[in-house]
Design a protein around this ligand. Structure first.
Ligand SMILES: NC(=O)C1=CN([C@@H]2O[C@H](COP(=O)(O)OP(=O)(O)OC[C@H]3O[C@@H](n4cnc5c(N)ncnc54)[C@H](O)[C@@H]3O)[C@@H](O)[C@H]2O)C=CC1
Ligand SMILES: O=C(O)C1=N[C@H](C(=O)O)C[C@H](O)C1
Length: 239
């Protein structure tokens, strides 16, 4: 497949390495410095776009790709207030759009574990839920997209929780998410339930960006030929 890398930073480079190892070609490497080069690409030069850029750039990048008729796999976080608009554009263009806040298989298992744990905790209101996410100091958004997905999983099962808040203290209806930025940490997420007498805690630690990058390439192999809006559950439950 000819893969266009839209965003060529830490993730774009990790994705390139895995895409080449899996026998794909790179149709272009676009970052903020050469974005105008996109207009030089012919429609048929690109089988699929993998978009990992920045919260400010993602919406324009995805819009541009859908209008060109290119299937898009996006992993950029911090732009989801525009999600409805993008999904509508995908439908009107009869296009294909794939989004995940986290492409790693391990995190997607962790998402399931988080929901199971939240469903157990529903009967035990003496436990207070809270979360911590730790990332490298270059990360632009907080809380992480993964932390937001985890908070949504908790809110599905704990009906008294109606929103998340990006601070360590929270009202009874809020899930507190603490965001820490340290060194080069690829991504660590903890969900904890504290009572006066003990704590139950689950943690996912990414050792590198390899898991995210492999998941994004697998999604890019899966998407072409499909139309609609997809996520990791579609990929993981549909051969
Ligand atoms: N969904 C997932 O599994 C994962 C998502 N991410 C997210 O992916 C995004 C990128 O992460 P990194 O690669 O670590 O960031 P980075 O800062 O290393 O790279 C971002 C790249 O985007 C480029 N860029 C900025 N504006 C652009 C524009 N208008 N057009 C094209 N390119 C543009 C920059 O030049 C840079 O090359 C972040 O939002 C991050 O949260 C990161 C890891 C995993
Ligand atoms: O910016 C990152 O690095 C990461 N971003 C994603 C997020 O916001 O959840 C995924 C991963 O945690 C790494």
């Amino acid at each position: 497949m000819n893969i266009l890398l839209l965003g060529y930073g830490k993730m774009g480079k990790a994705i390139e390495q895995i895409a080449l190892e899996r026998g794909h070609q790179i149709a272009g490497r676009i970052d903020i410095s050469n974005r105008a080069d996109l207009d030089q690409l012919t429609d048929d030069a690109v089988d699929v776009v993998i978009e990992f850029s920045s919260p400010e750039a993602a919406v324009d990048n995805i819009r541009y790709s859908l209008k060109r008729g290119w299937p898009v796999v996006s992993g950029t976080t911090g732009w989801l207030s525009h999600r409805d608009e993008i999904e509508e554009l995908c439908r009107t263009q009869n296009g294909a759009f794939f989004y995940a806040s986290n492409y790693s298989i391990g995190v997607n298992l962790f998402f399931q574990l988080n929901k199971v744990l939240a469903s157990f905790m529903r009967k035990y209101p003496s436990y207070r839920v809270s979360m911590t996410e730790i990332h490298h100091t270059e990360k632009k958004d907080a809380p992480s997209g993964t932390a937001i997905t985890l908070a949504e999983g908790i809110m599905e099962h704990l009906s008294q929780k109606t929103r998340w808040i990006n601070q360590t203290t929270a009202a009874d209806n809020e899930v507190a998410i603490e965001s820490l930025r340290e060194g080069t940490v690829p991504g660590t997420h903890t969900v904890r339930y504290d009572s006066d007498v003990d704590r139950i805690e689950i943690t996912h630690v990414a050792h590198s960006r390899q898991g995210f990058a492999l998941g994004a390439v697998i999604a890019a192999e899966w998407l072409p030929g499909r139309t609609g809006v997809f996520g990791m559950n579609d990929l993981l439950t549909n051969e």
